[in-house]
Design a protein around this ligand. Structure first.
Ligand code: ADP
Ligand code: MG
Length: 239
């Protein structure tokens, strides 16, 4: 296995206090290799989103250690944690989450500007949008785009700062098959062409065929971890 880019040890996450406490994560241990494409399957409420949020520094675990791209995420001070979220991880959500009052290009550039050391934000925005075939949509507002187009812009936004890890929470959950496949293709290209590590939550076991590795969650625990012999390309996934 290549060097681990994600490493979790004994990670728990509790919400609330007894007697109403929820154990969203119950001692999760996990290592993910750089450039691996991991699919996380599990029923609703099993802790998938909580796990992504802990990986991305959006939520602190109750206990355990979280190392991502060389950073001990749970131990970072708030300022460093924001910097980690901006620079090391990219998020793609089910419902796109674009800023409605900004154009597609502005949505991406807003994020690009958070990392000025990579070069001119407008240039980088143009490059990533063109790379995803979105140059004609740059001036449109989210409500002038289809769901699939909005999600492509959201992927551009997640990629523009060269995040080493993409955290995707049901990114095709609101899309039809063909549109969903085109999003999976963008994620798979990021993995195969630039070695981006992808952790993707889905309800859909058919999508697991394109992963290198499939994790199953139940009740806050990883209960299954299997390697896929020959991952298929996104274009071959159907559900
Ligand atoms: P999944 O993404 O697999 O559907 P989640 O990670 O969202 O599951 O949730 C895991 C458990 O934690 C669920 O029981 C959920 O209700 C609970 N939970 C998630 N977020 C919160 C929160 N902010 N406050 C209280 N309980 C929460
Ligand atoms: Mg969820």
């Amino acid at each position: 296995m290549a060097e681990a880019i994600i490493s979790l040890e004994g990670v728990t996450k509790d919400y609330g206090a007894p007697p109403r406490q929820v154990h969203a994560l119950r001692s999760v241990d996990l290592e993910v290799a750089e450039a691996e494409f991991v699919v996380l399957l599990g029923p609703s409420g099993s802790g998938k989103t909580t796990l992504l949020n802990v990986l991305g520094g959006i939520e602190a675990p109750t206990s355990g250690t979280v190392t991502v791209a060389g950073r001990r995420v749970e131990a970072l001070e708030e300022e460093d944690r924001s910097e980690f979220r901006r620079n090391s991880v990219g998020f793609v959500f089910q419902f796109f989450n674009l800023v409605p009052t900004l154009t597609a290009g502005e949505n991406v550039q807003l994020i690009a500007e958070l990392r000025p050391t990579l070069g001119d934000a407008a240039d980088r925005t143009h490059t990533v949008l063109a790379g995803l075939g979105l140059e004609d949509l740059t001036e449109r507002y989210p409500m002038q785009l289809s769901g699939g187009q909005q999600q492509r812009v959201a992927v551009a936004r997640a990629l523009v700062n060269q995040a080493r890890v993409l955290l995707c929470d049901e990114p095709t959950g609101a899309l039809d098959l063909e549109t969903g496949r085109s999003i999976l293709d963008l994620l798979q290209r990021a993995q195969r062409e630039t070695g981006t590590t992808v952790v993707m939550v889905t309800h859909n076991s058919a999508i697991a065929k394109m992963a290198d590795r499939v994790l199953n969650m139940r009740s806050g625990e990883i209960v299954g971890d299997r390697r896929v012999e020959s991952p298929v390309s996104a274009a071959e996934v159907s559900w």
